[in-house]
Design a protein around this ligand. Structure first.
Ligand code: CTP
Length: 428
């Protein structure tokens, strides 16, 4: 099936690069022609000479080599292939592919190609599971890249989990499936493996993660802004991106919680394995929270508009020559955090709020925790200079009945993972 097929093998810089030697041999046995492009770091793991000997072709690596470019330019390299195979596809190479970078020959060829691309990821388990890598893989899959692996198992870095490159024969089988039209684009899919294990994207069941301390717990997370309608085309809202709330939903789900995420309008992607309810206004958000209740854990990360428009117009407000601008009367919105925190049979065992403050962060958060009746508050400084609103990082204090604890500045994902860890410890 592979007779006379031309494979352009792009070798990334990872320990799994040695498997490419066997891959080339297997492909050649089946009649395929293999030509290799090597990244600079790949050349530290496998020598161009070995690849050249096995492929019986020149090995390409330097984008600015005058001979390479005159004899075989980067466009020609992809034009003369039927399929591009990236193996090992390292976290760095996947990130460069997702970012459309053209900073070396390998990335340039991948950006310039119109041929199908198969990637065999290989990296440390934490790097594979990192949201950045998962987002890159998702993006590439959506754009048409096909994936084989990674497999789970023991890794060179003494860790265990998904991240091992697929074996050469598995890659050969995937290549044959592509030419048979049986393998289509898309990232490895997350699959539920059973009540107590979750197979993370691209894993095999033998490596499924079993550390799910929140299994059997229900969690509710609010995220993003709300929109309060002025008329059918105008609204009051705020700059909340939803990044922090979505990251918390993802982190709780990763620890096994059954998560409902009630989200205002945001541009961030739905976290995997989470039930997402989309709403616009605070009233809708509260109704969705009530529908999701009772839960064990509630995290209110949404930036709920404090006020809504009392006199929402049914038709678009029109300007009239010389007329005064319309008056907009505001009335308070329901406080979702305070409502969920109110004592009662359905009160979640743990209610966590946020305090977006621009001054006296901790003092205001301590007062806010008492006022709203929640158990914990994550207080963050949202003054414009911090870049918290819409940014990727967050500096928070955790305020509990015991006092306030300063957390170091870190990414919103890291804040979410630490919070989920604390929640799991609270339920242990
Ligand atoms: N919150 C909520 N419903 C509202 C307002 C806020 O659930 N109507 C929640 C937020 O999700 C957050 C917490 O309350 O968890 C605090 O939000 P924040 O905007 O900091 O506090 P406010 O109550 O708006 O107080 P203020 O604006 O006076 O600081």
């Amino acid at each position: 099936m592979l007779r006379d097929k031309r494979i352009l093998l792009i070798v990334g810089g990872g320990i799994a690069a040695f498997k490419c030697l066997d891959l080339i041999r297997r492909l050649r046995e089946r009649g395929a022609a293999v030509r290799c492009v090597l990244t600079e770091s790949a050349a530290k793991f496998v020598t161009p000479l070995s690849l050249q000997a096995l492929s019986e072709d020149r090995v390409y690596g330097d984008m600015f080599s005058l001979t390479d470019e005159s004899e075989m330019g980067h466009i020609q390299l992809s034009r003369q292939a039927d399929l591009l195979v990236v193996a090992p596809a390292t976290a760095n190479l996947l990130a460069r592919m997702a970012g459309g970078m053209a900073d070396d020959l390998a990335a340039t060829v991948l950006l310039a190609t119109d041929k199908p691309v198969l990637a065999a990821p290989a990296m440390n388990v934490r790097m594979w599971l990192h949201p950045a890598t998962q987002a890159n893989v998702g993006l590439l899959g959506a754009r048409g890249t096909m994936f084989v692996g990674p497999n789970a198992g023991a890794m060179a870095c003494n860790e265990h989990g998904p991240g091992r490159m697929a074996e050469p024969l598995e890659i050969v089988a995937a290549i044959e499936s592509i030419f048979a039209g049986k393998l289509t684009a898309g990232p490895p899919q997350a699959r539920l493996a059973g009540p107590d294990t979750i197979e993370l994207p691209g894993t095999r069941s033998e490596g499924a993660l079993t550390h799910r301390p929140l299994a059997g717990r229900k969690a509710l997370v609010t995220s993003g802004p709300t929109r309060e309608a002025i008329d059918p085309v105008r609204y009051i809202s705020n700059h909340s991106s939803g990044k922090q709330g979505h990251a918390i939903a993802r982190a709780l789900a990763a620890l096994g919680a059954d998560v409902t995420l009630v989200s205002g309008p945001v541009a961030v992607a739905d976290p995997p394995g989470v039930r997402v309810v989309r709403v616009e206004s605070a009233d809708q958000m509260l109704a969705a929270c009530r529908d999701a209740s009772p839960v064990d854990i509630a995290v209110c990360a949404a930036a709920v508009a404090d006020w809504k428009v009392a006199n929402t117009a049914d038709a678009k407000l029109k300007k009239a020559p010389g007329a005064k601008p319309p008056a907009i009367d505001l009335v308070p919105n329901p406080d979702i955090l305070a409502t969920l925190s109110a004592p009662g049979p359905d009160r979640p065992a743990l209610v966590i709020g946020f305090a977006a403050e621009t001054e006296n962060v901790v003092a205001n958060a301590i007062a806010k925790r008492a006022r709203k009746g929640c158990d914990w508050i994550l207080a963050n400084d949202v003054s414009p200079a911090t870049g918290t609103f819409g940014g990727d990082d967050n500096t928070v204090h955790l305020v509990t009945t015991e006092g306030a604890e300063a957390w170091p500045p870190q990414s919103k994902d890291a804040v979410a993972r630490e919070l989920a860890r604390r929640v799991a410890a609270r339920f242990a």
